[in-house]
Write a protein that binds this ligand. Sequence first.
Ligand SMILES: [Cu+2]
Ligand SMILES: [Zn+2]
Length: 229
Amino acid sequence: MRTNQSHTAVPALAALALAALAPLALLGCKPATDARAAGSPRGAATQETDEADPRTNQATTNRATANQDEANQNPEENAATRAVAILRAVGDSGVTGSIHFETTEDGLRITGDVRGLEPGEHGFHIHQFGDLTATEDGTSAGGHFAPEGHDHGAPDADQRHVGDLGNIEADGSGNAAVDKVDDVVALTGPHSILGRAVVVHAGKDTFQGKSGEAGDRVAFGVIGIAEAD
Ligand SMILES: [Cu+2]
Ligand SMILES: [Zn+2]
């Protein structure tokens, strides 16, 4: 008896459940059916057009604005022709300055000012890393930028590191006006110095030894792309 009861009870419960669910299922379907019924194929197409087009247009507009304001994607315009490095003092040297780089027919023109130096000549190089984290000794900038190796040398030597830019000379007030042209360093290609560091030394680069015996690093800065003229 029990068995019979339970056998009949299960289908009965199932039927009840179905009966209870059926209206819900119908309700669940209804809005979709209604929507489909309300929108003729043309209406639906219009709706799609109305919704999709403004979105597309907006996205296009946003992209165009971004291009103008921030992200110039023109490869020719993006090839760097000018760069700049702001020099910060290493440790308590008090040496600061700014150096500008500009591509010319004769090579890279390097101009700028360095302040707070001891009067006289100071080694002036491009070092491998644009990493200024070693604020006390500047060692994070690595060694001279020398992608092809070679020995250290004067800027006009046959053998030199790419980064060997010689010396800058400070006047009696400790100011050095920099203005040199170098046809080995560049802002593009394998000799590109973008993202590397300008380093000014406490002493003169003698062009001897592995790095010119120029002594401590007194200022350094990262070379970044500047806006073209
Ligand atoms: Cu150096
Ligand atoms: Zn060198």
